[in-house]
Design a protein around this ligand. Structure first.
Ligand code: AMP
Length: 649
């Protein structure tokens, strides 16, 4: 099965200092079907599969013939045991309100909410859009959909009108579940107001169900809008039979930025995804029955889907869930919560760590962090100095760090240390080794394998159960973006869009995106998406967006804008454009700077040279600019950026 001809390092020489992990990995690569069949046995199936994998036209169908239900696996199978009274979520709101939710109470609410949805005509195949903050009603809504076999699409509550409307209408969602608002750094963010505006662009939406959270007074439309608490009281059924679905039934579609203006919607299956997220959580965090697991991320992103909702619940774990900002009302909040709740495994993003480091070591020192056993990071490369701080100041040099590399498209962790199998010597800033069943490689632009130590494109050979099935309603783009990069390669290579290097001991180092995608505070934003929004403003003729390095957020968007003839570049127009981007996409996309220029640096064939703009913005050497059409355009961008830097740093 393994094609060692493509490997720089022969299979027996990878994982050089390691034994057990190497054996498990080697076996998983050589006998994938046996290996993944074993993993799927951790779930409850109404009917077991006939075949483990069908791999055809770059589509993987896992556990064909198998029938299951995700909500059953996350709830029913636990409430039949002593876990009935085990805590599923220890929830805390930003203002300090607390809720402790057992598996039994989660089960009760999910059943009732499934009944509410059913009464609104939601069933197998009906899409529901979720635009919800980090409150327990979010996992309740996700599980209620899964119970009915209704796929959902969750839109991150930091996104704004345009992003929500686009996603809800692309899936043809018939119901939206939201909240009146959410607390963020002491202020109320009005979510229902955004839904009311977005829904005018979503003709299929019949009903909006609103959870009362902030009670700030929102507009409710008669006949269309329903309060969650009223609907739950009036629910007609207390038990809704879980809908048995085929293993490859869509569980959810989660949109993410790509290299075009339109976000793409990875479509995720039920059986493979659930198996994969459970296995990977066990491997990377060695999770145990008695753990208190805190994945400090937002459920609006894949990290929360997989590791706040589906895997921890399917494994019957106790999780912490928190609504608000990590440094509110003071920078000790996160560390205090670890002590108060006795968190044993803590998983978050480098951006959050960088934000908290800034306030100094005295804040974590105020809390007793002795309960911690394993730490983790996700979302962006972790700077070695941040890694060391995390290891020393938070983990007290006792807790291994699992730096997990993965993507929305992969469903679960792909490259990460795996203390659940064998604790390997760690290197600050390296995600270490592939998890079992995952066969990554570093290749050049033709798909040819690169030797150790050379930076190239990270690709994955062989399918894995958590992988996307396709892009929702866009299989052509699925083929083009992920699979058609290397037409002359010897085998299918899944393109990840990341740079990586493998060192002489087989360790993987992730080096950031290789395409036009930014990672702003760990959130993925397509530069072209932002450019499109800028150009949609009546004053703008042309726009180019690049990422500038940022000490806390990793990267922030910086825009160069050419205005239409006759329009004056004024500070108020600059502010208007910033707000325009913010209101269409959301606060995370707010440009750090907008530079007005008369000309963009372009090649002679008329293509904007983003690479050159990026070097200027990062203050780096320009590299080869021989194909440039008009050197004065570069000078102008340089002058504008430098003048801005002199003013604002
Ligand atoms: P998303 O799909 O939004 O989760 O973004 C996935 C992207 O985040 C990857 O393609 C990487 O660029 C980046 N990423 C995620 N985890 C890591 C990690 N541990 N180290 C480096 N980059 C990461």
């Amino acid at each position: 099965m393994a094609d060692s001809s493509l490997s720089a390092l022969p299979i027996d020489e990878r994982f050089k200092p390691i034994q057990k992990l190497k054996e498990v990995w080697k076996n998983s690569i050589e006998n994938p079907e046996e290996f993944w069949a074993d993993q799927a046995k951790q779930l409850d199936w109404y009917k077991t599969w006939d075949n483990v994998l069908e791999w055809k036209d770059r589509h993987a169908r896992w556990y064909i013939g198998g029938v299951l239900n995700a909500s059953y696996n996350c709830l029913d199978r636990h409430v039949k045991t002593w876990r009935r009274n085990k805590v599923a979520y220890i929830w805390e709101g930003e203002p300090g309100d607390k809720r402790v939710i057992t598996y039994a109470s989660l089960y009760r609410d999910v059943n009732r909410f499934a009944s509410v949805l059913k009464d609104l005509g939601v069933g197998k195949g009906t899409f529901v859009a979720l635009y919800m903050p980090m409150i327990p009603e979010l996992p309740i809504a996700m599980l209620a959909c899964a119970r009915l076999g209704a796929p959902f699409t969750q839109v991150y509550s930091g996104f704004s009108i345009g992003a929500l409307a686009e996603r809800a209408s692309h899936t043809e969602a018939e119901v939206i579940v939201t909240a009146d608002g959410v607390w963020r750094r002491g202020k109320v963010i009005d979510l229902k107001g955004i839904v009311n505006k977005a829904v005018t662009q979503c003709p299929k939406v019949r009903n909006i169900i609103t959870v009362e959270r902030t009670k700030h007074g929102v507009e409710m439309a008669e006949g269309r809008d329903i309060w969650y608490h009223e609907a739950m009281k009036a629910a007609t059924e207390r038990y809704v039979e879980p809908e048995p679905v085929e293993a490859d039934h869509i569980l959810y579609v989660l949109y993410t930025s790509g290299t075009t203006a339109k976000p793409k919607g990875p479509q995720v299956c039920t059986g493979g995804y659930l198996t994969y997220t459970c296995s990977t959580l066990k491997w990377a965090f060695d999770v145990k029955e008695e753990d208190v697991w805190w994945c400090f991320a937002d459920i609006g992103w894949v990290t929360g889907h997989s590791y706040i909702v589906f895997a921890p619940l399917a494994l019957g774990l106790t999780s912490v869930m928190y609504e608000g900002a990590p440094e509110y009302p003071d920078p000790g909040r996160t560390w205090r919560m670890i002590e108060e709740k006795g968190v044993t495994k803590f998983y978050t993003s480098p951006t959050l760590l960088r934000l908290l480091i800034k306030y100094g070591d005295e804040w974590p020192a105020k809390s007793n962090l002795d309960s911690l056993e394993i730490l983790g990071t996700v979302g962006e490369p972790i700077n070695p100095e941040v890694w060391r701080w995390y290891y020393k100041v938070i983990g007290k040099e006792r807790c291994p760090i699992s730096d997990t590399w993965w993507q929305t498209e992969t469903g679960g962790f792909m490259i990460s240390s795996a203390p659940g199998i064998e604790l390997v010597p760690l290197k600050a800033g390296s995600a270490t080794f592939p998890l079992p069943g995952i066969d990554p490689a570093v290749v050049d632009e033709h798909g040819v394998l690169l030797p150790e130590g050379e930076k190239g494109y990270l690709v994955i050979r062989k399918p894995w159960p958590g992988m996307l099935m396709t892009l929702y309603k866009d299989d052509e783009r699925y083929q083009d973006y992920y699979w058609n990069r290397y037409p002359n390669a010897k085998e299918d290579l899944f393109y990840t869009g990341d740079y990586a290097v493998q060192d002489n001991e087989g360790y993987f180092w992730l080096l950031g995106r290789s395409d036009d995608v930014l990672k702003v505070a760990g959130h993925r934003l397509g530069t072209i998406e932002l450019e499109d929004v800028l150009v949609s403003h009546p004053a703008v003729a042309e726009a180019s967006v690049v990422g500038r390095k940022d000490e806390i957020k990793g990267e922030v968007p910086v825009c160069c804008v050419v205005l239409k003839v006759g329009i004056e570049p004024t500070p108020s127009l600059n502010e208007e454009l910033r707000l325009h981007v913010r209101s269409v996409i959301g606060p995370i996309a707010t440009p750090a700077a907008i530079h007005f220029v008369r000309n963009m640096p372009k090649t002679r064939s008329g293509k904007i040279m983003r690479r050159v703009i990026k070097s200027i913005v990062d203050g780096e050497a320009l590299g080869d600019i021989t194909t440039l059409e008009d050197p004065s355009a570069v000078e102008e961008v340089k002058r504008t950026v430098e003048a801005f830097r002199a003013l604002y740093g």
